[in-house]
Write a protein that binds this ligand. Structure first.
Ligand SMILES: C[S@@+](CC[C@H](N)C(=O)[O-])C[C@H]1O[C@@H](n2cnc3c(N)ncnc32)[C@H](O)[C@@H]1O
Length: 235
């Protein structure tokens, strides 16, 4: 646009500059806000965890939780969720009768949120959320383990599970399968898919069961109960 009046042109130029400056400020502001969220809410607890083992929080979908429970329901013994996030899997496990149900989570904000959810559900004294590094807790007394972690850490997790879990324990892995174990059951589709693994009865040769793997149908909408496993595979 051409201006006869130099003062008008100057004003427009200033306004344009201001626009660019504002854009820059907005971008810097959003960057700072994102950094603050990361540093204050997501990063706490991870400072001492090597970068390659850091797994960000993503909550399991409702369908995923349903599938985890359908693969654990009715099993005796302690249940743990390794990296329990906001506690949804532990709370659901407790509600369907798994006792004790324990969540290990590094992020203190998420531990607090999980406890709040449990309190609101009237289960404050019954479920347990601990601020612990999942790589450091002992799994020797765990019969039922739930994980929803990044694929990059799963090879290392396999070693830990194999070294510590008692014979007859079951591991369920949400969204990503354990890389080398053979599942005894798979349920769900896409992002909601969950794999189940049983640790062999002979713990000294502890390998997850290498039996055939049925792909179980996804339960219908609203169904809390998934098809139960054949007794030979029910752990
Ligand atoms: C993908 S989220 C899954 C959350 C929850 N299990 C669910 O299914 O909704 C993974 C969680 O693991 C936690 N986490 C990652 N590394 C951990 C560690 N070393 N010890 C304990 N928790 C960890 C993260 O903070 C995050 O909440």
């Amino acid at each position: 646009m051409e201006h006869d009046d130099p003062a008008e042109a100057l004003t427009e130029l200033r306004e344009r500059r201001l626009g660019a400056l504002e854009l820059l400020q907005a971008a810097a502001g959003s960057g700072l806000a994102a950094y603050a969220v990361w540093a204050l809410l997501l990063q706490p607890g991870f400072r001492r965890v090597p970068l390659r083992l850091q797994v960000p929080y993503v909550g399991a979908s409702a369908r995923q939780v349903e599938h985890v429970l359908s693969l654990l329901r009715g099993r005796p013994g302690k249940m743990v969720d390794l990296g329990s996030g906001d506690g949804r899997i532990v709370l659901a496990a407790h509600r369907c009768g798994l006792r004790p149900a324990v969540g290990y989570e590094l992020n203190p904000w998420l531990v607090g949120l999980a406890r709040l959810h449990a309190w609101r559900a009237g289960c404050a004294g019954s479920v347990c959320y601990l601020r612990e590094d999942l790589w450091k807790v002992s799994l020797r007394d765990c019969r039922n383990v739930s994980v929803f972690l990044a694929p990059s850490v799963l090879p290392l997790l396999e070693d830990k599970l194999l070294a510590e879990l008692p014979a007859g324990a079951r591991v369920v892995s949400g969204r990503f399968p354990l890389p080398t174990w053979q599942p005894v059951a798979v349920i769900g589709e896409g992002l909601d898919r969950v794999w189940a693994y049983d640790v062999d009865m002979d713990v000294h040769h502890a390998r997850p069961a290498a039996t055939s793997c049925p792909i179980l149908p996804t339960p219908g909408p609203g169904s809390a109960l998934a098809p139960s496993l054949p007794s030979s595979q029910a752990g």
